[in-house]
Unconditional design. Structure first.
Length: 165
């Protein structure tokens, strides 16, 4: 049986809770202890406001959300805020599809790059897709460093226009 390709669409504000749950499940997939996950749950959430104010897209397959990403337009740059895949869907190509979609949205918005801060466990994924490491900072866990990455691409000839940011 071949896996379905799924479709990518804008997230809806009423999906915030479901995306937050996916976020936490995906983060926990990397083996973090419960104390770390408790801190993450307090600070890392997808809210209806984030969905309304940022470029948040979901990949659906077989009637369920398999992953999502959020692009945030900052005053000086475009930033890939989040990209998470359901743990049972990791390794099926959905992360790459969402990443490529984020690049295309960035192009259509008129940007030629975006930045991101990667979970240390996901850095290799982004490097394979062409990101370059431009720095790091120590996380709240001593000895754990968060990579700062840059993804360069050429902008589209015609910028994208949308009703929402």
């Amino acid at each position: 049986m071949s896996r379905p390709d799924g479709s990518i669409r804008r997230a809806r504000p009423d999906e915030a809770e479901a995306l937050t749950g996916l976020f936490w499940r995906s983060k926990a997939h990397w083996g973090y202890d419960e104390a770390f996950m408790a801190r993450v749950r307090e600070t890392l959430r997808i809210t209806p406001e984030i969905i309304e104010q940022q470029h948040v897209y979901v990949l659906e397959t077989d009637g369920r959300i398999a992953g999502f990403y959020a692009l945030h337009v900052l005053p000086d740059r475009l930033h890939l805020e989040d990209l998470f895949i359901e743990p049972d869907q990791i390794g099926m190509g959905y992360g790459r599809r969402l990443f490529d979609h984020a690049v295309e949205v960035g192009r259509r918005l008129g940007y030629d790059s975006f930045t991101l801060e990667s979970d240390p466990n996901a850095e290799e994924f982004y490097l394979k897709l062409g990101a370059i490491r431009v720095g790091e900072h120590e996380s709240a866990i001593p000895g754990r460093f968060i990579p700062h990455l840059l993804v360069r691409f050429s902008p589209a000839a015609v910028p994208m226009s949308e009703e929402r940011p």
